[in-house]
Design a protein around this ligand. Structure first.
Ligand SMILES: Cc1cc2nc3c(=O)[nH]c(=O)nc-3n(C[C@H](O)[C@H](O)[C@H](O)COP(=O)(O)O)c2cc1C
Ligand code: SF4
Length: 809
C-alpha cells in the first residue's frame, strides 16, 4: 500500500441520507467533526447577507435538498490534520510543486483563505511529493460515495473533490524534478496504460491550475501548468476555471494574476467576497433579474453546483487528439504581463530592479543593498586575513590584500540560474537592462562607505590584528563577482572609472552572455569570463540560461577577450559529476580567447537549496582539481600541435585551502633567466596599473598590455610549494581531524585506501561501512546545514564522515 493510502487508512468519510438530505460527517483517527445540521444554503447565507435559504427550494435539484453536518467551527490546522485522499468527496486539496517558495506561499495563502471561507469541506494543503499520485488517482476509496437504490454511485450530489495545483516552470520549461518524478509521470503513464479506463476521472475530480514562470525565459513560461491541464482533460477531470500563469519577471504580475484567478476560483467554489457580489447582483448572466442565489427564474443555480466546468476548455470528448496548447490563455497572460509592465513604467520611469520581497530575501542572506540594483557583502576571506589566518586565492595568485578587498556588484540581476549559485536564486533575472539606473558615483560611494562600516564592526572579532584593521578602512580592490552580472549595468564603464579614481583595482567576472558589453569595456585590472561547462548541453544543464543562444554567446565572449590587451581569465568552477569531464571541450573554449590565465576552482557547497540538486559530494577535492588542471594543460598542448597561435600554458600557482589552481600563459607570465631559472610573474603591480589606466583615460589612444603591470609571484604561492598557497606571514589554523586520513573513497564515501595509498582490508572497509550506516541512521542520508553566527554554515553529511565529520564553509 502506498504511503498516502496507508496514511489515510484511518480517515473515513461517512455520508448518509437523512430526511431526504445528505449528511456528511468526517472522521479521522484523531478528529471527529460532527455537530449541527444545516443546509448548504445556510452556509452560503452565512457568508452572504443577501442570500436566502428559501432559494434552496428553487434549486435545480428540488428533490434532494442538500444538507450537511457542519464539520466544525474550524478547519484542522495543518499540523493536526492527516492528508486526505485527493479523490475523497468534498475535499479541496491545494497542492504545490514549489522550487524556490513562490508557489508554496501562494498555496499557503489560498489554504488560509479557503479554510476561513469554506465551512462545509475539508481544505488541505501540501507539496506534490506528499501524495502517491498513481495510488491517489486510480485507487479510489468508495466510503464517501452516495449510492442510489441500485447501488450506483450518485457522484453529483456530494461536492466533487477539487484539486488545486500551483505549478512553477523549471529549467527549459520542464516540471520541477520532484513533480516530474511523481505527478507528471503518473499523468503520462495512466494515459498509456491499457488497464485504465479512458476518461476515468470524469465525474470524479475537478481541477484548478495556476502556473508560475518567468517571461525572461523564451517561450517556456507556464509550460508544465499547460501540460498538466491537458493531461487532466485527457483523463476526463473537470476544469473548474481557466489556467492562469503568473510572471515572476514582471513586477506584481504574479500577485495580480493570482489574485484574479483566486477570486474566480472562489466564485466557482461559491465562497468568498465574489460570491457576495454575485448573489447580490441584480442580473443573471442572461440579463434577466436575478433571484437571490444569482440565477434568474430560468437559470436558477444549485448551490455548489459547478457552473459549466468546461466552459473555458475545449471538450476532450470532442477533440481528444487536439494537443494544441491553449494559446488564447497564453496571449492573454502575456498581454497582462505587458499591461502590468506598462503600468509600472506608466509614469515614464522604469521600475526598480529588486522587488521588496527579493530585497528582504537578499538582506536575510547578508547582502547590503545599495540604491536599487547594487549590493556589497563582507567576504569571509576579508575577516580571515584580518585575523591573520590567510587570504583568499586571489591573494595567492595575484597579490591582492584580502582585508582591503570589497566584494560588490552594480547589478543584482543576471541572465542565468546556475546550479552552483550560492545566492540560491534570490536575485532577479533578466536578459537585458530594463530597470531604473542608479548613478555610478553614488553606488561606489555608498558601497565603499557600507563596506567600511562592516569593517568597523569586525573590531570585536577575536584575533583581529589592529594594524590590518586600520588599513582595511581603505579599500584597495574591488571584486565584481558577488552576485548578478556586473557587465549588464549600462553605466559600467563610469562605475569602473570611479573605482580607478579611488585607487581601487577592478576584477570583474562576467558569465559570458553579453559579448558586446565585453568589447566596449574599458581596460580593467583583470577581466574574467566564467566557463561553466565544456559543451552546449552541459552549459544549459548547469547555467540554466535565459538566452536560447547561450552557448554561442559564451563562445563569442571568449573571442572578445582575445582583443582586450589587459589580463583576461577563463574561470572554471568544477562541479563534480556535472562539468568535471570532457576536458577537451574546455580546452577548445579557452583556445578561442587566448586568455592570459585559467583559474580552476572546486565549487563551494553553500548549503542545500531547493533550486539546486548539489550537495557536498559535488565539491571536488584539491587533488582532483589539480588532476583536471593537468589534463587541461595537456589538451591545450594538443590543440597547439595543429594551431600554433594558441598560447602555451603551465601550472603557476595553487591555493589548497580553496581548491584552486592557476594555469598561466608562459609567454606573458614566465621569465626564464639565462641560467634557466624560472620566475613566474602572476602578481600584479597595482600602482602601475592605476597609472596606466589613468593615462588611457586621459588619452584613449594610449594602450597598455598584460606585461606592463605584472609583478613576481612569491615562492610560497607557486604550484607545488610546500605552503600549498598559504602566505607564511599568516598563521594556519587547521581543524584537528578525528578520523585517520584516507586517500581514496568509493562512491558512498567509504574509504578504500589508507593514508599511504595502500588498499584497506575487506574487513576494515566493512567496519567503516557499518560505522557510516550507524551515522546515517542517526543524522539521515542528506546534508544538514546549520547557519552559524557570522554567516558561516556548518554541514553535517554522513557520507563525509571519513573525510572530516563537520565541514565549515
Ligand atoms: C532553476 C530555475 C529554472 C527556471 N527555469 C524557468 C524556465 O525555463 N521557464 C520559465 O518560464 N521560468 C523558469 N523559472 C522561473 C520560475 O518558474 C519562477 O521563478 C517561479 O516563480 C518559481 O516558482 P517557485 O518559487 O514556486 O519555485 C526558473 C526558476 C528556477 C529557480
Ligand atoms: S577577491 Fe573575492 S574572495 Fe578574495 S577577498 Fe575579495 S571578495 Fe573575498
Amino acid at each position: 500500500m502506498s504511503q498516502a493510502s496507508s496514511r489515510n487508512q484511518s480517515v473515513a468519510v461517512a455520508v448518509a441520507l437523512l430526511g431526504g438530505g445528505i449528511t456528511i460527517a468526517w472522521y479521522s483517527s484523531r478528529y471527529l467533526w460532527p455537530t449541527t445540521e444545516r443546509t448548504l444554503e445556510s452556509v452560503s447565507s452565512s457568508s452572504s447577507s443577501s442570500s436566502s435559504s428559501s432559494s434552496s427550494s428553487s434549486s435545480s435539484s428540488p428533490d434532494v435538498p442538500i444538507q450537511e453536518v457542519e464539520c466544525s467551527q474550524r478547519q484542522p490546522t495543518k499540523e493536526e490534520s492527516k492528508l486526505l485522499r485527493i479523490l475523497s468527496p468534498g475535499t479541496i486539496s491545494i497542492v504545490h510543486a514549489s522550487i524556490t517558495g513562490t508557489c508554496e506561499k501562494l498555496a499557503e495563502q489560498l489554504y488560509s483563505e479557503l479554510s476561513a471561507l469554506v465551512t462545509n469541506r475539508v481544505v488541505q494543503v501540501g507539496s506534490v511529493q506528499e501524495w502517491d499520485w498513481w495510488d491517489e488517482l486510480l485507487n479510489e476509496d468508495d466510503e464517501g460515495d452516495v449510492k442510489d437504490d441500485e447501488g450506483d454511485v450518485k457522484h453529483n450530489k456530494v461536492p466533487l473533490p477539487v484539486l488545486i495545483l500551483l505549478l512553477p516552470t523549471h529549467t527549459n520549461g520542464t516540471w520541477p524534478p520532484f513533480a516530474a518524478d511523481t505527478l507528471e509521470r503518473t499523468l503520462q503513464d495512466v494515459q498509456h496504460d491499457w488497464r485504465v479506463q479512458s476518461l476515468f476521472l470524469k465525474n470524479k475530480l475537478q481541477v484548478a491550475i495556476f502556473g508560475m514562470g518567468s517571461s525572461e525565459y523564451d517561450d517556456t513560461m507556464g509550460r508544465p501548468a499547460r501540460e498538466c491541464v491537458r493531461h487532466f482533460q485527457k483523463l476526463g477531470a473537470k476544469c473548474l476555471l481557466r489556467l492562469r500563469v503568473g510572471d515572476d519577471a514582471v513586477g506584481d504580475h504574479a500577485k495580480e494574476t493570482f489574485h484574479q484567478w483566486n477570486m474566480e476560483l472562489q466564485r466557482k467554489l461559491k465562497v468568498g467576497k465574489k460570491e457576495e457580489s454575485d448573489t447580490s447582483s441584480k442580473d443573471c448572466a442572461c440579463g434577466a433579474e436575478a433571484k437571490p442565489n444569482g440565477g434568474c427564474h430560468q437559470h436558477a443555480k444549485e448551490p455548489f453546483e459547478v457552473e459549466d466546468e468546461h466552459a473555458d476548455y475545449e471538450s476532450d470528448e470532442e477533440d481528444e487528439e487536439d494537443a494544441e496548447e491553449p494559446t488564447v490563455m497564453d496571449l492573454e497572460d502575456m498581454g497582462n504581463a505587458m499591461a502590468s509592465e506598462k503600468k509600472q513604467e506608466g509614469n515614464g520611469e522604469p521600475r526598480e530592479m529588486v522587488t521588496p520581497r527579493q530585497a528582504e530575501q537578499l538582506k536575510k542572506e547578508g547582502y547590503k543593498l545599495i540604491g536599487t540594483h547594487s549590493a556589497v557583502k563582507l567576504c569571509r576571506w576579508t575577516k580571515h586575513q584580518l585575523r591573520g589566518r590567510g587570504g583568499c586565492y586571489k591573494h595567492t595568485f595575484y597579490g591582492i590584500t584580502s582585508y582591503q578587498c570589497m566584494e560588490a556588484t552594480p547589478s543584482l540581476a543576471c541572465a542565468n540560474k546556475c546550479v552552483f549559485c550560492w545566492r540560491h536564486h534570490k536575485n532577479p533575472v533578466g536578459k537585458e537592462w530594463r530597470w531604473k539606473t542608479d548613478d555610478p558615483q553614488f553606488i561606489v560611494e555608498q558601497a565603499v562607505q557600507t563596506h567600511v562600516n562592516m569593517i568597523k564592526v569586525t573590531k570585536g572579532i577575536p584575533g583581529v590584528q589592529m594594524d590590518r584593521w586600520q588599513e582595511a578602512h581603505t579599500v584597495r580592490h574591488c571584486a565584481l563577482s558577488l552576485v548578478g552580472e556586473p557587465i549588464m549595468y549600462p553605466r559600467i564603464n563610469e562605475f569602473l572609472s570611479e573605482l580607478h579614481h579611488r585607487d581601487i583595482s577592478t576584477f570583474l567576472v562576467t558569465n559570458g552572455q553579453h559579448p558586446h558589453a565585453i568589447e566596449s569595456l574599458l581596460p580593467i585590472t583583470q577581466l574574467y569570463v566564467s566557463v561553466d561547462a565544456p559543451t552546449k548541453e552541459s552549459l544549459i544543464a548547469i547555467d540554466r540560461p535565459l538566452f536560447q543562444d547561450a552557448w554561442d554567446r559564451l563562445k563569442q565572449s571568449l573571442v572578445s577577450l582575445k582583443n582586450k590587451g589587459q589580463r583576461t581569465v577563463a574561470r572554471l568552477t568544477v562541479v563534480k559529476g556535472w562539468n568535471s569531464d570532457e576536458v577537451s571541450g574546455y580546452a577548445k573554449l579557452i583556445a578561442l580567447g587566448h586568455v592570459s590565465l585559467v583559474e580552476i576552482k572546486g565549487v563551494t557547497f553553500c548549503g542545500k537549496s531547493d533550486a539546486s540538486n548539489l550537495n557536498m559530494s559535488n565539491s571536488p577535492w584539491h587533488h582532483e582539481v589539480v588532476d583536471l588542471a593537468k589534463t587541461l594543460r595537456a589538451e591545450l598542448n594538443r590543440i597547439r600541435e595543429t594551431d600554433c597561435a594558441v598560447p602555451q600554458y603551465d601550472l603557476a600557482c595553487e591555493h589548497k585551502h580553496s581548491c584552486s589552481v592557476l594555469l598561466a600563459r608562459v609567454d606573458q607570465f614566465l621569465e626564464i633567466s639565462s641560467e634557466g631559472k624560472r620566475q613566474w610573474h602572476t602578481w600584479i603591480n597595482y600602482p602601475k596599473f592605476q597609472e596606466l589606466a589613468a593615462r588611457h583615460e586621459a588619452d584613449p589612444s594610449f594602450t597598455f598590455h598584460v606585461k606592463d603591470y605584472t609583478a613576481p609571484t612569491p615562492k610560497w604561492a607557486l604550484f607545488g610549494a610546500e605552503e600549498e598557497g598559504f602566505d607564511p606571514t599568516d598563521t594556519r589554523h587547521r581543524k584537528a581531524t578525528k578520523q585517520p586520513k584516507y586517500t581514496q573513497y568509493d562512491d558512498r564515501g567509504i574509504p578504500t585506501h589508507d593514508h599511504t595509498g595502500q588498499p584497506l582490508a575487506e574487513e576494515e572497509r566493512q567496519r567503516l561501512f557499518q560505522l557510516m550506516e550507524a551515522r546515517m541512521r542517526e543524522i539521515g542520508t542528506g546534508s544538514t546545514v546549520t547557519e552559524l553566527r557570522g554567516g558561516a554554515k556548518e554541514i553535517q553529511d554522513a557520507s563525509l564522515m571519513f573525510r572530516g565529520l563537520v565541514v565549515s564553509i
